[in-house]
Structure formats: structure tokens, C-alpha cells
Design a protein around this ligand. Structure first.
Ligand code: ARG
Ligand code: GLU
Length: 729
């Protein structure tokens, strides 16, 4: 039934061919392009609604061009990159493109003081210079199939463990129907809050080598100040290559491996983009919650986000203070700072966006309508859904917040307490698996700890401890004490613990862990930091986590029913299953937006903006001499825009989220025109409430990528490997 509207659009389109007096009627029914944007669609189910919407928006592609299991299709060029991001194949020799921030760990791992690829960039001159990355994988999606009916067969009257048992048996049965090749895996994944199931066949390639990366002053230009912001000027890309064995099959790293020959690769378009152009983003979005009730959004905006933001803000302020006054601390804490700041900034934008677009009120209004229809149509099973949500979310809010505090303070921000939490797990290894397992774990633990202490400053951490433990205590403690008294208490506690604990240095940790085993645990349990950490670890496992999951299970069960109910009650609304790290597609248009009254943001940024933002020597806004020179000489090769300027980034209405980093942006013909890497601040609420008016994804223009590879790095052999096209010219 959700196709109803589209049939109307189609009717309108064919009617408009004959210019009759019906013009007025037709205009009233002109397809509303805005309504066709938003959504993360399942690639194996594009025929019908999605295919039509895309074509109305300007696409020339058929559903089968995008996803086909009988012939090569665009999906064969898209991979999940190392479990988190997305990457795409852009040559016949397995060359893949992803973000700089997705390749960051790998680039860092090959860097040293002499060869600082993060600072200077890296370009392999030929295949022999490409750098292997042990442990890295890319995952292809071989096929996705809706198997809901099979999974639910025979489950109609079952509940609880019985239901689980039958479903588990059905899962196994479904998987057995597939003839998997040696390297393929099949999983049954739940979609739409457990209302649908898909069988997904995947194939991993494990020899992935670093081919090229621009310097961070290009790849991460603007760093945290510009993160989640438009106008943006980063060239957030890096290049890798998939290697295979002689038969083109997956293989562990070997010198004998050869570049992978893809079924399909993306031609790169040099046409560029203009406002209104069709854009398609294809990748692996991690998680969205588009169908929450108003009460949940209210809780995020008014209860959960503010405290998480405040805790991170306190921690960031302390780090920032030390980073500004000490060069060594600046380097030690740069990556930690970026990690904490990323979601701190996102949550602020998210809350503002939800508030400014009246998301809560809009959801409430929808719920009134929902309830009205449920009552009118006598859908008794849905009668109490919303009231039940209101009740359950009371409890859920409390347990979630308590767990959030724990996670932010103990796990995310106070490094010493995070370390004690890991040591707590290590102690369990001894208890549960015995001495041999413990000894093994201990060795790896110490190895990892070396890396940790390299970037650890106990003075910074002590101050964060004092501040955040005070905030945690002020929220939950039952003892009555003045504000000032509580601050003093934690300051003193911090001083005592950081002075007495051996865990603030590697040598101290090693001296504890390298005794004989009886002593190890005794020694550990004598340590001041460990004693405190252990009590918090136990609180987490015995109290906070169980309470959270008990409550969450109830909410999830209700959300499953609500999701199904909404689709029945609003048959004309577009529903897409929430993101769950599976391959999805989202389409839209290149488009500017109005962040506030009287301000319009243009959709394309240029190299001029890089030069405008340039702050010599600054760690976020420095610009290399080479790039300045290219700019001043206007040495842009064939990559400039029609206005003779060098484009850098652009924005569009594609509905993306974390995990879409590195996703290709395709034009109407399936050519690569950009690389997704971020969203605009005002629109980060799209995880809960996509709004085509202000939700924008941010992409690097493919021409900037080509320009950097060609003119900046001189890696013309990589350009030669690609297929450049210009279908518009
Ligand atoms: N905001 C982007 C994302 O969510 C980019 C993050 C990396 N960049 C940074 N400056 N921290 O992952
Ligand atoms: N930077 C995000 C990522 O790493 C993508 C931005 C977003 O959340 O949309 O996946």
C-alpha cells in the first residue's frame, strides 16, 4: 500500500505529457521531492518504490544496476572496511577508496619519527611499496535475502525460550539452504526491531595494503574545530588495495598475492556537481532509531544528552588546558581528545537540532493521530502501546542514565579507572580459566599497557579523576555534604590514590603483574586505585548492567510491536528498517541549507576556503607550502569547476550515519562523484528524526581527491589505473 503515492506520481508524470486543462490539478499533485528523501534502503529491495523515487530525483539507474546476484552490479564495488567504515573499489586492480579517518590507525601504525606518514602523507610508488596491515579485512556482500517467513514458521503461538528455540532451528535451516564457497559466511540478521529477517552472505578479503594517504593537514584539515561542521574543507580520503591469491580468492597476506580483480569497479566522474544533482550514497550505516516514541526523544534531549555532554566537557577542558601548555601532552592526548570530542560535539548538535525542529512535538502530534486511528479501528492489541512506553521509559531513563555515568566516568574518561576495569577482567581470567590462561593474558596485557603508558600523563588524569568523580558522586551519593566539601573530598581522594597506586606507571604495573600468581592478585588487591576500581567494576556487573538490560528488553519488545503497528496504521508513510550495520542505500540531491534565519549555506566549498582558514603552524589549520603554491598558480589540472575554482567538499540530503564514512557518492549513472565523511551539526539529529530541510551529509568532491593524488602527490600512476569519465560533457 505504500506504493499508492508513487502510482499517483507516475500517473502525474505520464499525464503531464499531454498539456490539457488539467494542468492545475496536476500541479497540485506534483511529486514532492522532499518527501522522497531520507531513509536507508535495503539494496535487494529497490524495485518499485525506491527505483521510482530515484528516477524522479534524476537517476538513470535501474534497481538491477545497483544490486544483482546474477550479473555484476554496483554493490560488487562496495565493501565494509575493517568492520566499521565503508570503502569502494575504483580500479580494475582492487584499488579502494575510504576516508583518511578510517585509515588513520593503519597510517599511524606505519608511522615513525623518521617516516611520519600522518604528518607528511604516504604514496606507494608501485605495488611493491604498498604496506600490508595485519588483521585488516574488507567484507563483500554476496547476497541479501528476506527470509522473514522461513524464520517465523511455526512460531505463531510461542513465547520466551520456546520461541527462541524454534527460531534458532529455523535460522540454521535457512543457512543450510545456501551453497557457500570456502570463503563465504552466512548470517541471519534481524531488521526492523525483530519484525524482519535477512539472510546475508558475505566474503572477507584479508590482505589489504596501504597505497596512499594525504598529510593530515589535508586529510584532517580543520580537525575538531571543523568536525561536524559546514562549511568544511577536508580532503578526508585514503587509498588501499585488496590483494587476492592467484585464483582471485581471499588469502592471508603473502608476497605471492596479487591485486584483486573486481566484478565491478566505479568509474570516477570529473563532471563535478551542481545544486539539485542526484546523489546516491551506498554503504554500511551503523545505527539509527527513527521510530522512537516522543517520550524517548524527550529523554534524550532533556535527560541523557545534557549529562553526557557535561561530563565530557569537564574532561575536555582539563585535557585542553594541559595540551595547550605542554607540547608532549598535546601529542599524547591528541587522539584521545579527538575521540571524546567527536560525540561530545555530536550530542550538542543533535539536541539543538531536535529542539529547533520541534521533533518532540511532531512525534507527539503523530502519536495523537496514531492513537485516534487505533481507537477508531478497534486495534485492541495496540491500544495501550503509548501508555506503556510512557511507563517503561520512566524506569529506562533512570537505569540508562546511571549506566551512562559509569561508562563516561569509569570507562571513557578516567584512564586509571579504565585500566583497573581491564585488570578486573584479568583477575577473572585467573578465577575462571586458571593459571596458564592467566599467564598468557598477562603477557598480552603488559604489551598493550606499554602503548597505553606512552600516551599517559598521571597529572592530567588525576585532575580529570577529581572532577568527574565529584560529578558522579554529586549525582548519586546519598551522603549529605556541601558542594565545596564534596569537591575537596574527591580532590584529596585523587591525591591519595594517584600518589599511592602503582598503576600510574608501567614499571609499577609490571612490578605487580610479574610476581608469582598468588602474590599478583594479593598485590593487585592492595593497590589503592584497584580497590576503588574493583568496587566500580562490581557495581557495573552486578547492578547497573543487569538493570539496564532488564529494562531494555521490555522496551525492545514494545518497540517491535510499535514499529509493526505504525506500518499498519500509516500505510502511506515510507518506512525503512533502522540501520544495523548492513549494506544500505540512501539517495538525495546536492543541496545547500538554512542553518538559521537569514543565513544560507552554499552546497560546495572551494580551495579558496582552505586558504581563508589557513593559520600558519596551527595544528588544525596549517596549509603546506605545496598546496599554497598550487592554489596561487591555479595549477588545478583538469579538475577545476566551471568557475575555474578548485572544489573541495559538498553537501547533500542523503540520510547517513556513523559507518557511512568512506561510502561512495554516485551520480545518476553510477559514477563516483564524491566520498562521504560527515554530517552537518544542525542535522546530526537525523539518527532520530531525519528532516530534509536541514539534514545534510558532507562529502569530499571526487575532483579534489584526483587533484591531490595527481597534482599534489604526483602519484599519476594511480590516476592512470582509474577510469575517468565525464558523462555530462
Ligand atoms: N565526525 C566524523 C565521524 O563521526 C569524523 C570524525 C573524525 N574526525 C575528527 N576530527 N575527530 O566519524
Ligand atoms: N564520521 C562518521 C563515520 O565515521 C560519519 C559521519 C556520520 O555520523 O554521519 O562513520
Amino acid at each position: 500500500m505504500k506504493f499508492l503515492k508513487l502510482f499517483l506520481f507516475i500517473a502525474v508524470i505520464s499525464l503531464s505529457a499531454c498539456k490539457t486543462a488539467q494542468n492545475i490539478v496536476e500541479q497540485a499533485q506534483e511529486p514532492n521531492l522532499k518527501e522522497m528523501q531520507g531513509g536507508m534502503w535495503v539494496p535487494s529491495e529497490l524495485e518499485g518504490m525506491n527505483e521510482m523515487e530515484m528516477q524522479i530525483l534524476g537517476s538513470k539507474l535501474s534497481a538491477k544496476d545497483i544490486y544483482d546476484t546474477d550479473a555484476p552490479s554496483i554493490k560488487d564495488a562496495i565493501v565494509q572496511f575493517n568492520g566499521g567504515c565503508t570503502a569502494e573499489i575504483i580500479s580494475g586492480q582492487g584499488l579502494i577508496l575510504t576516508n583518511h579517518h578510517c585509515g588513520y590507525g593503519a597510517i599511524q601504525s606505519h608511522s615513525s619519527v623518521e617516516n611520519d606518514y600522518l604528518t607528511d602523507g604516504f604514496w606507494a610508488k608501485d605495488l611493491s611499496k604498498e604496506l600490508p596491515n595485519p588483521g585488516m579485512v574488507v567484507t563483500f556482500v554476496v547476497s541479501m535475502e528476506n527470509v522473514t517467513e522461513q524464520i517465523l514458521t511455526g512460531t505463531e503461538s510461542l513465547m520466551g525460550p520456546e520461541l527462541e528455540k524454534v527460531m534458532q532451528a529455523n535460522r540454521e535451516k535457512v543457512k543450510k539452504q545456501y551453497n557457500l564457497s570456502r570463503d563465504q559466511k552466512a548470517v541471519v540478521k534481524s531488521f526492523d526491531h525483530g519484525n524482519q529477517f535477512y539472510l546475508i552472505v558475505t566474503e572477507d578479503y584479508k590482505d589489504i595494503r596501504l597505497v596512499g594517504a594525504p598529510p593530515s593537514s589535508i586529510g584532517k584539515f580543520g580537525a575538531d574545530t571543523d568536525n561536524w561542521m559546514w562549511p568544511r574543507h577536508s580532503g578526508d580520503f585514503s587509498l588501499f588495495r585488496i590483494y587476492a591469491d592467484k585464483n582471485n580468492n581471499p588469502a592471508e597476506y603473502s608476497e605471492d598475492n596479487v591485486p584483486y580483480k573486481p566484478k565491478h569497479f566505479l568509474p570516477v566522474s570529473t563532471d563535478g556537481v551542481a545544486e539539485g544533482d542526484f546523489t546516491l550514497v551506498f554503504g554500511f550505516p551503523g545505527r539509527t532509531d527513527e521510530y522512537l516514541p516522543a517520550v524517548a526523544i524527550d529523554q534524550i534531549v532533556n535527560k541523557l544528552n545534557p549529562d553526557k555532554i557535561a561530563l565530557r566537557e569537564a574532561s575536555l577542558a582539563i585535557m585542553d588546558k594541559y595540551m595547550r601548555s605542554d607540547e608532549k601532552i598535546k601529542i599524547q592526548y591528541a587522539s584521545k581528545f579527538a575521540g571524546i570530542a567527536n560525540y561530545w560535539k555530536k550530542w550538542i548538535g543533535e539536541s539543538q537540532g531536535l529542539t529547533q525542529t520541534n521533533a518532540i512535538e511532531k512525534k507527539r502530534a503523530q502519536e495523537v493521530e496514531f492513537q485516534k486511528i487505533v481507537n477508531e479501528e478497534g486495534l485492541v492489541e495496540y491500544q495501550n502501546l503509548l501508555a506503556d512506553f510512557d511507563k517503561l521509559y520512566q524506569e529506562y531513563g533512570e537505569v540508562t542514565q546511571a549506566r551512562d555515568y559509569w561508562i563516561e566516568v569509569i570507562y571513557r574518561n578516567v584512564e586509571l579507572l579504565n585500566l583497573t576495569f581491564q585488570l578486573y577482567q584479568l583477575e577473572r581470567v585467573f578465577e575462571q580459566k586458571g593459571q596458564e590462561a592467566f599467564d598468557q593474558e598477562k603477557t598480552t596485557f603488559l604489551k598493550r599497557a606499554k602503548g597505553f603508558y606512552k600516551n599517559y600523563n598521571p597529572q592530567v588524569d588525576q585532575e580529570i579523576f577529581a572532577k568527574l568523580m565529584y560529578m558522579y558522586d554529586a549525582k548519586y551519593a546519598t551522603t549529605k555534604i556541601s558542594e565545596q566539601g564534596r569537591k575537596e573530598k574527591w580532590k584529596n581522594e585523587a591525591a591519595k590514590i594517584y600518589k599511592n597506586s602503582k598503576l600510574t606507571t608501567y614499571e609499577g604495573l609490571e612490578s605487580i603483574l610479574n610476581g608469582n600468581n598468588k602474590n599478583v592478585l594479593q598485590e593487585l588487591n592492595k593497590d589503592a586505585a584497584y580497590q576503588l576500581g574493583e568496587s566500580y567494576a562490581e557495581k557495573f556487573y552486578n547492578e547497573l548492567n543487569p538493570a539496564y538490560y532488564t529494562s531494555k528488553d521490555k522496551i525492545d519488545a514494545l518497540q517491535k510491536t510499535y514499529s509493526k503497528a505504525m506500518q499498519e496504521v500509516f500505510p502511506n508513510r515510507r518506512f525503512f528498517p533502522d540501520a544495523n550495520s548492513t549494506l544500505r542505500l540512501t539517495y538525495g540531491q546536492v543541496k545547500g541549507y538554512e542553518p538559521r534565519d537569514g543565513v544560507y549555506y552554499m552546497p560546495v566549498s572551494y580551495l579558496d576556503g582552505v586558504i581563508e582558514k589557513y593559520v600558519p603552524g596551527d595544528y588544525e589549520f596549517d596549509v603546506s607550502e605545496k598546496l599554497q603554491e598550487l592554489y596561487h598558480k591555479k595549477d588545478f589540472g583538469n579538475y577545476a569547476d566551471t568557475n575555474a575554482k578548485m572544489p573541495v567538499d559538498f553537501i547533500g540530503t542523503n540520510h547517513t550515519t556513523g559507518g557511512n564514512s568512506g561510502s561512495p557518492v554516485l551520480d545518476a549513472y553510477g559514477n563516483l562523484i564524491g566520498l562521504n565523511f560527515d554530517r552537518v551539526w544542525e542535522g546530526t539529529m537525523s539518527d532520530y528524526n531525519y528532516d530534509a530541510d536541514i539534514c545534510r551529509n558532507i562529502m569530499v568532491d571526487a575532483r579534489y581527491i584526483l587533484f591531490i593524488i595527481d597534482k599534489y602527490a604526483g602519484a599519476t600512476h594511480l590516476i592512470d589505473e582509474m577510469t575517468l569519465v565525464n558523462p555530462k560533457k
